[in-house]
Structure formats: C-alpha cells, structure tokens
Design a protein around this ligand. Sequence first.
Ligand SMILES: C[S@@+](CC[C@H](N)C(=O)[O-])C[C@H]1O[C@@H](n2cnc3c(N)ncnc32)[C@H](O)[C@@H]1O
Length: 210
Amino acid sequence: MEEWDEYYHSMHGAYNEAMHVYVESGLAFWSAQDSSKNKPCSIFEMGFGTGLNALMTLEYAHLHNLDIVYNTIEAFPLQYREIQELDFDSFFKLENSKNYLRELHLSPWDQNIRLSPNFSFLKNKMLLKNFKPIISYDLIYYDAFGFRVQPEMWSLEALRPIVHALAPHGVFVTYSAKGSVRRSLEALGLKVFRIEGPPGKREMLRAIRA
Ligand SMILES: C[S@@+](CC[C@H](N)C(=O)[O-])C[C@H]1O[C@@H](n2cnc3c(N)ncnc32)[C@H](O)[C@@H]1O
C-alpha cells in the first residue's frame, strides 16, 4: 500500500508539473497573445517519453478550440505496454483520451498523422543532435532529462538549432531554472523570464523570441 501511495504521488506530481510547465506556462500563455489569434500553433517537444505532454496538449486543444501541429522526437521509445502499466486513466479529460494516448504511441514513426480534427502529429525517432528543424515553431517544450543526468542536452550547442527554429513571438518553456541554461537562451537571442515553478519547485524558465 505504501508503495502504491508513493507511486500515485509521483504520477500525480509528474502530471501537475507537466500541466504547469508546458500547458499553462507554455500553450495557454502563447494562445493568450494577440499575435496568436486565429493561427494554428506549431509545437516542438524535446523528448516524447510517456506521451503525457502530447496528450495534455491534445486535450487542451479540444477544450479550447485550438489547432495544433505537434512534432516531437524521442531516441529511446518506451513500449506501449509500459505506458499501460502507468495507468494514466484518472488524468484523462476527454472521453477519447485513452484512444488518443494509444494512437500517439502506436502510430508509425516519422510519419505525419492527423490524430483528431485539430491535432496533427509527427514523432521522429532520433537523437536531438541529429534533428534538423525544417519548419519554425511557435512553442517549444524542452523536456530533456535533468542537467545532472544529461548535461550535454542543456549546452548552448544543443539548444542552438532548436532555439533558431523558434518563430517570432514564439515561446520556449522548460522546467529547468538553471543559470547556465538561462544564459545560453539569452546568448541565443531570447528574452528569458524566471517564472513561478510547478508545485515543489521555486522557478522555471520561459523564454520569448521578441
Ligand atoms: C524527461 S523525459 C520526457 C518526458 C515526456 N515529455 C513525457 O511527457 O513523458 C526525456 C526524454 O528524452 C529522451 N531522450 C534522452 N536523450 C535523448 C536524445 N539525445 N535525443 C532524443 N531523446 C532523448 C528520453 O528517452 C526521455 O524519454
């Protein structure tokens, strides 16, 4: 029971963090800007992982009538079986969420699909260092593992191609509040803000292409 409790709390924590960092501080912020009116939002996510960020974005798009073009990369995909074991059901916001999550995982790699009328989806199976953006993005979810585990993902060199792909008025969000990341984003020409972090974390970063 204790283990289950811990598991439930960490799942709940992950969900709340993703909701705060990517959906509320990223997508909701972007869509509240005047420049975004009546425009689809193109999103790049670094690290597809469990698909939770993608699903939450799809749900938000449905509930707020937004059009989303979503592109994510993942070098080490999880099996859908492993995702089912995580049991996300209590977080689902739409009747169809379970099916959407399944399709996010089981749809083919490197192929554009229209998952719902207002959500088109492309996942590329590749390492960040091999990713060459070909479109510009209105919103970037930078969700790499932490600096302590993968410092190379947070270097200016790793961030450069992604940041260069950010459209005018585009928004970059990450859970990290690290000084070196903030300075790299500034050096790459973004205006960087330290904003309130998710529950349990004091700060996070939001950066904007002015
Ligand atoms: C913090 S997790 C992402 C969580 C995810 N956004 C979600 O909603 O569950 C980071 C992800 O980056 C992937 N990853 C690690 N190194 C990578 C690399 N060099 N290129 C692409 N993906 C990488 C990991 O396999 C992991 O799934």
